[in-house]
Design a protein around this ligand. Structure first.
Ligand code: MG
Length: 386
């Protein structure tokens, strides 16, 4: 089945961006039109046809300059109404003979591959399927006097979105018939299909696939793009206490009656924190990156592990919000070393000491830590991805 995308960008609406048709307004530095085209280019369509307004050729060329995809056809010019623009686009697709067409408004730049796939898949069961969302607001019908005349049954009301998918021959014929009947103000293609008597299936769209119409919509969309993506990771580690005269905790060597047993220097604090950072970015755990069967890590100082976790965070475009470690032991006393530990962790992570917390607690003589058989550590870290 050959499937085409038809992106309608012929509107002159400039309420969202003083003087500029909204589809050419930028969101996060990328025009809405380019975002919409990219979404379809990333999906399984065989051709992408964009409809633009007369005289917008240069603006269009600039908007899609960063898209190098042979499936993107030269733009066609729209008409007086959205219905006319969609029809022009459908006619332009004729030489490509698609079986199916997904018609989308350029003013919905956040359409996802999931929604595109759902609409496309629904066309195996019928000639028309549209993305839609159940209405959250109760809808009032307003009378001529400006007062509420009726409250509609919200359970039966859905907000239509795009893409709207059709069997190409059916929707083209419906558009041509509507034109012949002098109808040219239908506001979406499903309305054209309904007028022609085609059954239209609803598939779930998404509230995020919203239409950007006003300055406020654009500002909200911009804010949502730059909302910080904050991740939280946790880590936990235990090492056994054995014969010895010092322990490594949070990168500090502390004289002690015993030592911690491990393949590396057995620094439970840094191990827990390493796992917290890896967890925050969903990148496995310390055992996966530094297996204790690898002779390279025999007796290794654990700051190497922590530094590698920090490097992996940076590679993901992340920065560390904070790191917090709790050590569970009866001895040694942590408080005298707390500041040195914080400074050492901050140094390895390359962050300000104010972003690092180190705490300790006994377990009141209970459990393996209470019996001084081992030391445990818990850690939490936040990572801000951008
Ligand atoms: Mg460990």
């Amino acid at each position: 089945m050959k499937m085409a995308a038809l992106i309608v960008a012929g509107g002159a609406g400039s309420r969202a961006s003083a003087g500029l048709p909204k589809q050419y307004a930028r969101l996060g530095g990328i025009t809405m039109l380019s975002r919409a085209v990219r979404a379809f280019a990333a999906s399984h369509v065989d051709a992408i046809q964009v409809v633009i307004a007369a005289g917008e050729g240069e603006r269009y060329a600039a908007a899609i300059a960063d898209i190098n995809d042979p499936r993107l056809l030269p733009p066609v010019v729209g008409g007086r109404t959205r219905q006319v623009s969609a029809r022009n686009g459908l006619v332009a697709l004729r030489p490509h003979a698609p079986d199916l067409v997904l018609i989308h408004d350029a003013a919905r730049p956040f359409v996802t591959g999931d929604i595109i796939a759902r609409v496309g898949a629904a066309l195996t069961d019928g000639p028309a399927a549209i993305a839609a969302v159940p209405l959250a607001d109760t809808v009032k019908e307003v009378g001529d006097d400006g007062k509420v005349a009726a409250t509609l049954d919200r359970g039966r009301l859905w907000g239509a979105q795009t893409p709207q998918g059709f069997h190409y021959g059916h929707i083209l014929a419906a558009h041509v018939r509507a034109e012949a009947a002098g109808i040219e103000n239908l506001t979406d293609d499903a309305a054209v299909a309904e007028w022609a008597g085609l059954p239209v299936t609803l598939v779930l769209g998404s509230p995020s696939n919203r239409k950007i119409t006003t300055v406020e919509d654009l500002a909200m969309a911009e804010r949502s793009l730059f909302a910080p993506d904050i991740r939280i990771g946790q880590g936990f580690d235990v090492h056994r206490l054995v014969k010895g005269d010092h322990v490594w905790l949070c990168g500090i060597r502390i004289p002690h009656t015993h030592a911690l047993e491990g393949h590396s220097d057995a620094d439970v604090g840094l191990h827990a924190l390493t796992d917290a950072l890896l967890g925050a970015i969903g990148d496995g755990d310390i055992g996966q990156h530094f297996p204790n069967t690898d002779p390279r890590w025999k007796g290794a100082p654990s700051h190497l592990f922590l530094a590698e976790a920090a490097r992996r965070v940076a590679m993901r475009g992340g920065s560390i919000g904070n790191a917090d470690v709790t050590i569970l032991c009866e001895a040694p006393k942590i408080a005298p070393h707390r500041e040195a530990m914080r400074e050492r962790i901050a140094e390895v992570l390359g962050v300000d000491t104010a972003r690092v917390g180190v705490k300790a607690t006994t377990t009141e003589g209970l459990g393996f830590t209470g019996r001084r058989e081992g030391i445990a550590a818990l850690a939490t870290a936040t990572v801000i991805l951008c």
